[in-house]
Ligand binder design. Structure first.
Ligand SMILES: C[S@@+](CC[C@H](N)C(=O)[O-])C[C@H]1O[C@@H](n2cnc3c(N)ncnc32)[C@H](O)[C@@H]1O
Length: 280
């Protein structure tokens, strides 16, 4: 009933709101409620997260337009909206996802000639469990992209998948390319936050603080963990700082910028931890 009412109000609100957009034209692309995924449902939350990433992407890119951008785990296109200004003037956006429904939705919603979507037939136990169990490289040329983004994707990958696809990040980036990838990074701040946790909602989020305690090893890994409530590890994956350092080293990448997330109960720009990476 609550969702039915929300869907009804949201459909009317979005139409009226669109006709009032003055300074942020790309927000016209925010989809309806049933197509807003990625752990963010409210219209306002999508607009907020789009703004956060648009700012970080601006700070990250040297050349502001004409970029070749690859968005891994594009979902229904949240980052596709944030990225629109940066592919003006001859650039291209390519979204890749294992979920065919989301790729089909994006093909309908993003009609621009320089937007392309690719379905990757690879299994992810949470999102596409019945697809190929074999990991496949992305159908993308070596050294071809200025920027790669992955919002809330490595937070759903096992150690094996995470390692395979981080090497793909290195392969597809140009020499001076950058990658913006989010993690739940289990570091000192995380350890310190544990003693302050309670059953209450977080200071910065509306979910129970205890939902974000990664204490179950994912498939026996020493560095990849999941939360006790997860029925399968890929529902929510956190990686120790040591695990992230080893992952980057073995993929030939290094950290160029770090924005801690507020899921650890300290102020941060976004919920998850954001890593900006470059070739080592
Ligand atoms: C939490 S959602 C985030 C979606 C989108 N980035 C957003 O923030 O709205 C995670 C996405 O990653 C996709 N995904 C999971 N494993 C993948 C893989 N190996 N390759 C590409 N996409 C994957 C899922 O299908 C899902 O769309």
């Amino acid at each position: 009933m609550k969702d039915k009412l929300f869907t009804w109000v949201d459909n009317i609100f979005r139409k009226v709101d669109r006709s009032h957009l003055r300074r942020t034209k790309n927000l016209r692309l925010i989809p309806d409620f049933k197509n807003r995924r990625g752990g963010k449902l409210a219209y306002g939350e999508w607009a907020h997260v789009i703004g956060i990433f648009q700012t970080i992407i601006y700070q990250t890119l040297v050349k502001k337009t004409g970029n070749q951008i690859l968005d891994i785990g594009c979902g229904t296109g949240l980052l596709g909206i944030a990225l629109e200004p940066f592919v003006y003037d001859g650039g291209n956006y390519t979204g890749i996802d294992v979920m065919i429904e989301d790729i089909n939705f994006c093909r309908q919603n993003f009609k621009m000639d320089n937007y392309h979507f690719i379905h990757l037939d690879v299994a992810n136990p949470t999102y596409a469990s019945d697809q190929s169990k074999q990991l496949k490289p992305w159908p993308i040329a070596d050294d071809s992209h200025d920027l790669l983004t992955a919002l809330s994707v490595w937070t759903h990958l096992s150690e094996k998948d995470a390692s395979f696809y981080m090497k793909e990040v290195h392969r597809v980036l140009k020499k001076d390319g950058k990658a913006i990838i989010t993690f739940f990074c289990l570091d000192e701040d995380y350890e310190q936050s544990l003693s302050k946790r309670s059953d209450a909602p977080g200071r910065f989020h509306n979910t129970n603080q205890n939902d974000w305690i990664f204490k179950v090893s994912a498939y026996g890994s020493k560095n990849w963990f999941t939360v006790p409530s997860a029925s399968i590890p890929e529902n929510a994956i956190g990686v120790t700082r040591k695990g992230i350092d080893e992952l980057l080293k073995s993929s030939g990448l290094k950290i160029s910028q770090y924005y801690p997330g507020n899921w650890k109960e300290n102020p941060g720009v976004f919920f998850q931890d954001i890593f900006v990476l470059e070739k080592a």
